[in-house]
Design a protein around this ligand. Structure first.
Ligand code: MOS
Length: 754
């Protein structure tokens, strides 16, 4: 027993330190396995045949040539598919939206080009792929529409349904039309965002391991193992205990992995049918027939007094969806929430077309709505002859202007100030085309970002072993965001253990209940659950120590002790005892607990009374070649107010990734629909452009101080999405400042600058 130990603070490894990813070594050495990398014995390979038409019916499928390919085991189509329990009812996944989720091989109906209509199963991938190319399908084609403009004739708004991260109808205040009509200064324009397809590095992939005893293990590319488990158990009538889903590593997830996708349905169907292990991987081209950010048109009208103070904000937006599901996003609400206009009015509709359903994609709604709104704000600032940053400060709202509720915290003013100082905004010359360097025009732009700070019910377990090693576990995912590291750090912080003694486990449906990783809620929610579990371990340690014969803690209460350096210590430093010694003395082989963090835990205030959001101020420099119209984003400062930062290094990485994705949104990403064929034309990474290294220059990330004990138990707000919100607007506004050309349709490709 050690006595007279000083109550020194724990080594700086916990919350707030820039710890490198605990899974980094496994990732860079290839030890980390992804869904299509599990080499299970006797594996069969499935390749899906895609519909060449966008709408109609399958009239015949000639499988003869395909079945003759050596190694082909079977071909499953709607005609011979096994019975599937869920086809009899409308099963909804965890983040389902209004409508009927797509069911592959359900019937002869074709709903979109690229729809999987058969799966060829073979002993090798090559045989399956070749045979799939030989499946000859005849169709009865029907008239289709994949054109967004044309689909606007059918726009509508379904009743909003309850769902996680759900659509919130705009709340109007005052008489925005009258205020707009009376405003001495006005701006009205329509903005547009092109369709963008999901392209994480790891494509949707599933390896289904058939154990032969009625159970399966499914290695799936998903953002939620238990969501896929529930889906498969229900769809195939298997029962949850017979389905284990593993997603220990995920090669990027931006929302397409929130819902179970068709590859896991096909692989599981084939495995059950053939009683063999089966893998199905979407091809990159198939990814381009699948989940995408909705196309958007957004008409914005702003009115101000002669000084530039907003009196009216009106927004009317439509986004695209499919004919079988209604995907809705918050588009018009962000501008109504963020600025102090007394009169606000929002309208929102969706327009169906014959494609796969549009889907959540990093900051769904805000990345579109806030970005387009922030271009309009820039235009209004110029109309009012006010510096664009000044204009935003002039119209700053301390409360959520749409819901008329206070924020748990909003350090956006600080973000504007610190971002502007770092960027050097005061050196900006206001006139467009007034800054240049040789043949390059230079432009500086600013914009605002805003996203939700959400919290989702999440459980975690903690197990302290007799040797002092700690394992924390939750069924949450790490889609690249750093969840493993966050879990280890929160545990290190709570129990005062070095990270090398801590193992974090996640990505397995067998682990304590957690939702899909999305909505930027994972760090706050999983972190809170790990903290609760580790506190419960500390309490059990104290209880055990308290009861020991001649215990130095005999007269102490739990409030009198701290955990540090693997020891339980009295706060006054008069006694300390290693965890291992307490457990040995008390005869405890291990301490195991499981705790659930639910909204309202700790100091969290009721979800309804206050708004919970992250904010950001983005400053951007572009250089535009005057002869070639080539745009380079040479400097970005993204100043983020997101509460407490658990790990500045992984947090910075999230913002960097968001900014890079925003460069794609501003300049590159666009999927083109072929109206005749009803297909996406540029269905590969050669023709669908994303930023490459040469497109990414200086990106500076600032986290402003924003203490907020109310928002979540750890004061954490989440960072996975805020980096993309508004950043494309800062780029578009910088391009205007450089060139004097206002482009209202993203991406701003070279042709639009001619
Ligand atoms: Mo994100 S769109 O919640 O994966």
């Amino acid at each position: 027993m050690t006595s007279n130990a000083s109550p020194a603070p724990a080594a700086p490894v916990g919350i707030g330190t820039a710890l490198s990813r605990v899974d980094g070594l496994a990732k860079v050495t290839g030890a980390a396995k992804y869904a299509a990398e599990y080499h299970v014995p006797g594996l069969l390979y499935g390749v899906a045949v895609s519909s060449r038409i966008a709408k109609g019916r399958i009239t015949a499928i000639d499988e003869e040539a395909a079945r003759a390919v050596p190694g082909v085991v079977d071909i499953i189509t709607h005609k011979n598919r096994p019975r599937q329990a869920w086809l009899d009812r409308n099963w909804k996944d965890e983040v389902a939206i209004p409508g009927d989720p797509f069911k592959a091989l359900h019937d002869a109906e074709i709903l979109f080009a690229g729809q999987p209509i058969a799966v060829v199963i073979a002993e090798s991938f090559e045989a399956a792929r070749y045979a799939a190319s030989l499946v000859d399908v005849s169709y009865e084609e029907q008239a289709h529409n994949v054109d967004f403009e044309a689909s606007l004739a059918e726009k509508f708004l379904p009743l909003p349904l309850r769902r996680r991260n759900s659509f919130h109808p705009p709340k109007n205040h005052g008489d925005a039309q009258a205020a707009y009509d009376a405003a001495p200064l006005k701006h009205a324009a329509t903005y547009h965002l092109a369709t963008e397809h999901h392209n994480p590095m790891e494509m949707h992939a599933s390896t289904v391991e058939w154990h032969g005893d009625g159970t399966i293990t499914v290695y799936d590319k998903t953002q939620g193992s238990q969501g896929v488990q529930a889906y498969l158990a229900s769809a195939f009538g298997l029962g949850k205990k017979n389905v284990r889903v593993v997603n220990a590593y995920v090669g990027g997830g931006f929302g397409s992995g929130l819902r179970p996708q068709w590859q896991v349905q096909l692989a599981t169907m084939a495995a059950i049918h053939l009683e063999r292990s089966v893998r199905v991987v979407m091809t990159r081209a198939q990814m381009f027939t699948h989940a995408h950010r909705p196309e958007c048109t957004y008409s914005i009208r702003l009115g101000t007094d002669t000084d530039g103070k907003l009196s009216a904000v009106l927004g009317d937006a439509t986004t695209s969806t499919s004919r079988f599901e209604s995907n809705m996003e918050d588009i018009v609400t962000w501008g109504m929430m963020n600025y102090a206009s007394p009169n606000i009015h929002g309208e929102y509709t969706i327009a169906p077309r014959d494609t796969y359903t549009s889907a959540d994609m990093r900051a769904p709604g805000a990345a579109t709505g806030m970005t387009l709104f922030e271009i309009a704000v820039d235009e209004m600032a110029y109309r009012a002859k006010v510096d664009p940053l000044e204009f935003r400060l002039l119209n700053y709202s301390d409360i959520d202007n749409m819901n008329r509720t206070p924020f748990t915290s909003k350090a956006l003013r600080e973000a504007y100030r610190e971002g502007a100082a770092r960027f050097g905004w005061e050196r900006r010359s206001p006139e467009p085309r007034s800054m240049r360097d040789g043949r390059e025009l230079i432009g500086w732009g600013v914009a605002t970002g805003m996203w939700d700070a959400q919290f989702s019910k999440t459980a975690a377990s903690a197990k302290l072993s007799a040797n002092g090693d700690l394992e924390v576990a939750s069924a949450t995912s790490d889609i690249g965001t750093g969840t493993y590291t966050v879990m280890a750090q929160v545990a290190a912080d709570t129990l005062g253990l070095p990270p090398e003694r801590i193992t974090a486990r996640l990505g397995d449906s067998d682990l304590p209940t957690a939702p899909v990783q999305g909505g930027s809620w994972a760090a706050a929610s999983t972190g809170a659950a790990v903290q609760l579990a580790c506190e419960a371990v500390a309490k059990q340690l104290f209880k055990a120590a308290h009861k020991l014969k001649d215990s130095p803690f005999a007269n102490a209460s739990f409030d009198d002790v701290i955990c540090a350096d693997g020891e339980l210590r009295l706060r006054d430093g008069s006694a300390a005892m290693p965890f291992t010694e307490i457990m040995r003395a008390a005869g405890l082989p291990s301490i195991e607990v499981e705790e659930t963090a639910t909204p309202g835990v700790g100091d969290m205030i009721s979800m309804a009374r206050k708004s919970r959001n992250t904010h950001s101020a983005i400053f951007c420099e572009v250089r535009v070649d005057e002869e070639l119209n080539q745009v380079r984003v040479t400097r970005v400062v993204n100043a983020v107010a997101a509460g407490r930062i658990i790990n500045p290094k992984t947090a910075r990485s999230q913002i960097l990734g968001g900014v890079v994705m925003a460069i794609g949104m501003a300049l590159h990403e666009e999927t083109f629909a072929d109206r005749q064929l009803g297909r996406w034309m540029n269905h590969n990474l050669a023709e669908y452009h994303v930023p490459a290294h040469a497109d990414v220059h200086d990106i500076d990330v600032i986290f402003v101080d924003e203490p907020d004990p109310e928002v979540t138990p750890l004061g954490v707000k989440g960072l996975g999405e805020i980096g993309i919100v508004g950043t494309a607007a800062a780029i578009a506004n910088a391009i205007y400042h450089a060139t004097g050309k206002r482009i209202r349709s993203l991406p701003i490709t070279i042709d639009k600058l001619l």
